[in-house]
Structure formats: C-alpha cells, structure tokens
Design a protein. Structure first.
Length: 439
C-alpha cells in the first residue's frame, strides 16, 4: 500500500486493513482509463487491494465471499478532488461556531458521501486531520482523505475571514485577534515569504498531503474581487519550494488568468476553478503539465445563498465565464479532474455532488466524465508523491486499492445514472470492505 517511504509507514500504521478474499462475478468492467468496457472477466479482492482479474467462470471455491454482480457494471470508486469536508454546516457555524459541532456534523456527512460511491476525496481546505484519522482507523465510515489543511491566504484575500464591517479589526501582527476560522485551523493568513513558508510547513507538520494557496479573488469571500491577484511571485515560489522540499505540490485557487499565469510560472501544479481563464493561461497549464479542476454545480448551488451584491456579482461573473474556460481546456487538451467545491448546505451537497458529473455533459461524453472522476483523479491525488499514505486509486487493475462499485446501469452510456445512487448503485466496496450490497 503506497510506496516505501518512512512517511508512508508512519501514516499507515493506524489504517484499518481488511482481510479475506472476495470474488465479484457477472459484471462488465470500466477500468477507470478506457472508454471501452472489459467483458468476460471477474475481479478478485484480497484484503484491501485488487488481487487479480481472472477469466469469468473460473473456479469460485476458496473465497470468503462470492458476489454475483447480476450483469451490472463494475467501476472504480469515485474520487472527488475538490471537497471542503468541514464546510457542510451553515457558513456562520463553520466560521464562528462550536468546532466540536462542525467536526461531528462533518463525520455524519462523510458517511453519506461514501454511500454515494465517493470512496476518496482530496480535501481542498479545512481542518480534517482528525477526521482523516478517524476514517482510516475505522472509527467512522467515510471516504479516505487527502488533506490540505488550512487554506493559506494574504490579508484581504480569499481566506481572510475577518469581518470587514468591524473597522477595529487589526492584523494579528498589530495586536488584532485571530479570526475563529484561523484558530480552528481552517485557514491561515500569511504575508511575505517568511510567513508563507511557516504556514506551508505547519500544514505539512500536521500531515497535509498537498497544500493550497489563494492567488486570486474568490466567490465566497467579501473583500477580494475576482480580478485581484493575491500573492507576489516570490511568495508563491516560497510556497512551491517548501512543498517540493517535502515531495509534494501546491494547489492554486484562481478564477482569473493573471493568478493562474503567475502561479504556473512559480511552479504551481493544480489549478482550481479557472472560470475566467484566457487562451494564454490555458496554453500555459498545458505547457507546464499542470492539471485543471473545474467545478460546475457549486455555482448553481450558491446562487440562492449569495444574494448580497458583492458575492452575487462575483458568482454571476464566474458562471458567465465557465463555458469559454471549458472550451479552452478542451482545445489545449488539459488533464481535467472531477471536483465539486460544494459549500454550506447539506442538502445541496447531497444532491449536487454527483449532479456535477451530469453537468459536464455539456462539454464531455459520459466515458470522458467517468474517466475524470476515476483515472484522471487517480493521477491528481498521486501528485503528492512520497506524501501519499495510500496505494493506487481510481482504477481496476491488479495491485490497486480495492475500491469497487457496481451499478445496475451502464454509466458509460449515460453518466446521469450515477446521480440516482440509491437505486442504481448496488455495491460499494472501499478498502476491501463491503459498505452496501443490494445485488
């Protein structure tokens, strides 16, 4: 499981491992990378990995469990590469409320997410280190987590959660208090090369598999228009260099082109959002070999929540730019991941996480979308290199982790069937453990 680094051994020592052998028969297989199904094969799970893919009809004796797939469609577990796990309660609970409540609420949501077939998430900012541990140890059910830790931002940036209505709020360097969200470890305000380096290293110390900085305005924040470029090149490079020293990379929050370009030139490798990117930015993502994670349903989900003129204007601009950005991404053949970014609304997250897949049909075929949610995201989460506490994910192949779904309809024919997970998703296996079987 994973590679042989000391980091991996330390991180894995408390991960619950399931033993035994399971044979899954009578399925057509989507392997996570090919647009064609594999037929005439059965899948053997041993412990928490895929042991082998064998000819259908082989001897089924000697297994701890034999699962008849009933002619269904076997896929890898889904990977959501842009989740804010702790941002499920109301915005005020997250920013100002009792963090014990926030964590318990989040644990409940993670169980729901696993039952939607999402077996892995890359958390894109928030204090999820304890949550990750609880899931890894089998204390609560949920997807495995690649944690980012605190969202790192400059003053007046996307993660500055102080209240601008209070003119007496001073920077912490001038004697001002830490905002509650910063105290809770969900965000970190860092200015200048030295502070940025401290902030990055602190997240790595806590166990981040990758880190994230904000280099442009955001929809959900109050004091930074989308056109703003946040962080100077030397600050971004400091973050990238610190991450590289630990064998990992920096996620870049940016809607606009200026932030994308500045970050790529400094070594950023994962571009989040990009709704306003231009041709130059898209071409540079391709040239640098970076990855691109757009989110679609979140813009619709936030519309009824963001009625104030500041955030509504930014939301409308992001929505208006999405189509052009996606056409540029396709033109430049970017490696695109599935990430949802849904916020502050449990029902919206329940309904929207898989709806994001369906919305991609405006630009992509169903097989392309399923690859984004499995094989492509497998490559994205693995970018953390030696920080990776898990094995290979998002694919059906020997040696990969035993995350397996079986649908009663073919998602490669129409990815929208994934949305109705209660009726169409019949089997959920994560780490070799069966969490749902209604076959």
């Amino acid at each position: 499981m994973g590679n042989n680094s000391i980091y991996n051994k330390d991180m894995q020592q408390n991960i619950a491992v399931h033993t035994g052998q399971i044979l899954i028969t009578n399925v057509s297989i989507f392997d996570g990378n090919s647009e064609s199904l594999i037929t005439g094969k059965d899948v053997v799970l041993k412990g928490n990995t895929i042991d082998s893919i064998i000819p259908a009809g082989s001897d089924d004796s000697g297994y701890d469990e034999v699962i008849d797939g009933q002619g269904g469609y076997l896929t890898p577990g889904l990977i959501d590469s842009h989740v804010h796990a702790t941002m499920g309660p109301s915005e005020m609970d997250f920013l100002m409320g009792d963090q014990a409540y926030v964590q318990l609420y989040t644990g409940m949501e993670m169980g729901e997410m696993l039952l939607r077939g999402v077996t892995t998430i890359r958390d894109a900012a928030g204090n999820v280190f304890g949550l990750k541990r609880a899931i890894d140890e089998g204390i609560i059910p949920g997807p495995r987590i690649y944690p980012t830790g605190a969202l790192i931002s400059q003053y007046s940036g996307h993660a500055d959660y102080r209240m601008p209505q209070n003119p007496c709020v001073l920077p912490k360097e001038w004697g001002g208090p830490l905002a509650p969200a910063e105290q809770a470890g969900h965000c970190c305000i860092a200015n200048g090369v030295d502070q940025v380096m401290v902030a990055i290293r602190q997240q790595l110390f806590l166990g981040a598999t990758q880190v994230k900085i904000c280099v442009a305005g955001g929809v959900s924040s109050m004091t930074d228009p989308l056109y703003v470029v946040e962080y100077r090149p030397e600050e971004i490079k400091a973050a990238v260099d610190c991450a590289k020293d630990y064998g990992t990379y920096v996620m870049i929050h940016s809607h606009g082109s200026a932030g994308i370009i500045r970050s790529l030139e400094a070594g950023g490798m994962s571009i989040e959002h990009g709704t306003l990117m231009n041709e130059e930015a898209a071409a540079l993502i391709a040239k640098k070999g970076a990855v691109f994670i757009p989110s679609f349903q979140v813009l619709a989900q936030l519309a009824p929540l963001y009625t104030d003129p500041i955030r509504k204007g930014k939301l409308d601009a992001a929505r208006d730019g999405t189509d052009h950005a996606m056409k540029l991404a396709i033109k430049h053949k970017l490696l695109i991941g599935y990430g949802t970014d849904l916020l502050f609304d449990r029902e919206g997250r329940k309904e929207g996480q898989l709806k994001d897949l369906s919305l991609r049909k405006e630009w992509f075929t169903s097989p392309e979308i399923m690859i984004q949610a499995t094989g492509n995201n497998s490559k994205i989460v693995a970018m953390c290199g030696q920080r990776n506490p898990y094995g290979k994910l998002g694919v059906i192949e020997e040696g990969a982790m035993a995350d397996v779904l079986v649908y009663n309809k073919n998602p490669l024919d129409d990815v929208t069937i994934v949305e109705d997970y209660e009726n169409n998703l019949k089997l959920i296996v994560k780490d070799g453990k069966v969490y749902k079987n209604t076959l």
